[in-house]
Design a protein around this ligand. Structure first.
Ligand code: NAD
Ligand code: TYD
Length: 353
């Protein structure tokens, strides 16, 4: 079969990246997808075990901070597009150890931009560097208002500052060197395959094993939750239909205080685990707040809805139920992630290839 496009997806073994790789591999059999990932603690090739046998994707173990490796990747393949998801992504880790966030999120993005520039400068037409970012670059909202594409950047954590910095670099490379770029800024994702250090999978696991559910501060912080496959569908649409040079905000129009979300999750878990109503709520434990904890994120996604016709699908309760079902049906995935054994999947499947 003739290959129509060769696309580099970075971070494709992570939570969102694995859903994007699966979507592209499945929906575009005439694309060749190169999944480049360092396989940090958050990268797990088992996330893609169900598409292991598909012939239109390859895995390249690559650290984007290593300039030489990135240049070699761009020599080995002629990429028509890059979808850049690789990042350090957990706010709490960025507070205890910011350095890795600066290396991967800023230097790693710079290395990819430089390699794309070198590879595309003679014929940039038709190429696209798509940078996946977060709504956290906009900072924190009060009780009112929504983040639009025009909201000024005001990042408050080392994570969001590193993502803001990478967004600026991507726009600067577009403006200065003419690389075609597009950026999307998305709200909090949830769904299958999320590493259990983030709120929802952490709470699901703790409820399952009867451990306290740590709620930071008073649980009054608000997040706008989006099902991960809705993010993947938005990325697909923006990659194919988005206008180069533009930014698109992606959100679920689905704001929840952390405590209300946890209470809903507790009710779903009681039902699924056939425990008396109220059992899981007893595990809620208020703990010391995260330093500099952003109060509220909420996205105005009218631009992508109106211009590209995107809309999110499952209702939150339904998406949450699907997520709980997935975690309960994939206990071994969770056990291997929690024990750190998931690295063995790479050794088994890929070493010696
Ligand atoms: P994740 O932490 O689950 O996955 C990140 C992936 O990047 C992992 O597979 C990891 O191995 C890889 N990686 C990390 N450092 C690397 C390096 N130096 N070289 C190569 N690969 C490396 O993250 P996620 O939640 O899937 O987020 C993916 C992207 O989406 C990130 O850019 C994040 O900022 C953005 N985003 C996430 C959310 C969310 O709610 N999770 C919301 C909006 C935007
Ligand atoms: P998280 O999933 O870490 O995403 P982000 O910080 O990027 O929004 O956290 C979501 C919200 O849940 C955030 O307000 C912090 C809060 N939180 C807790 O209350 N307890 C926890 O154990 C975690 C991980 C997060």
């Amino acid at each position: 079969m003739t290959i129509k496009k060769t696309i580099l997806i970075t971070g494709g073994a992570g939570f969102i990246g694995s859903h994007v790789v699966r979507r592209f591999v499945t929906n575009y059999p005439d694309y060749l997808i190169i999944n480049a990932d360092k396989l940090t603690y958050a990268g797990n090739l088992e996330n893609l075990a169900d598409i292991e046998s598909k012939k239109n994707w390859l895995f390249e173990k690559t650290d984007i901070v290593d300039k030489q490796s990135v240049l070699e990747l761009f020599k080995k393949y002629t990429f028509d597009g890059v979808i850049h998801l690789a990042a350090e992504s957990h706010v709490d880790r960025s507070i205890t150890g910011p350095d890795e966030f600066i290396f991967t999120n800023i230097v790693g993005t710079l290395n990819l931009l430089n390699a794309a520039l070198a590879s595309w400068k003679s014929s940039p037409a038709g190429k696209l560097f798509y940078h996946i970012s977060t709504d956290e670059v906009y900072g924190s909202l009060g009780k009112e208002g929504l983040f639009t594409e025009e909201t000024a950047y005001d990042p408050k954590s080392p994570y969001s500052a590193s993502k803001a910095s990478s967004d600026h670099l991507v726009r600067a490379y577009n403006h200065t060197f003419g690389i075609p770029v597009v950026i999307s800024n998305c709200s909090n994702n949830y769904g299958p395959n999320q590493f259990p250090e983030k709120l929802i999978p952490l709470a699901i696991n703790n409820i399952k094993i009867g451990k306290p559910i740590p709620v930071y501060g008073k649980g009054e912080n608000i997040r706008d939750w989006l099902y991960v496959e809705d993010h993947a569908s938005a990325i697909d649409l923006i990659f194919h239909e988005g206008k180069a040079g533009e930014t698109y905000n992606i959100g679920g129009n689905n704001e929840w205080t952390n405590i209300d979300l946890i209470k809903l999750l507790c009710r779903i878990m009681d039902k699924k685990l056939k425990r008396p109503e109220g059992t899981s709520e007893m595990l809620i434990t208020y703990v010391t707040d995260r330093p500099g904890h952003d109060l509220r994120y909420a996205i105005d996604s009218s631009k992508i809805q109106n211009e590209l016709g995107w809309s999110p699908i499952p209702e939150f309760a339904e998406g949450l139920e699907r997520t709980v079902d997935w975690y309960l049906a994939n206990e071994q995935w969770l056990e291997r992630v929690l024990s750190g054994d998931y690295g063995k999947y790479y050794d088994l499947m890929y070493s010696g290839r």
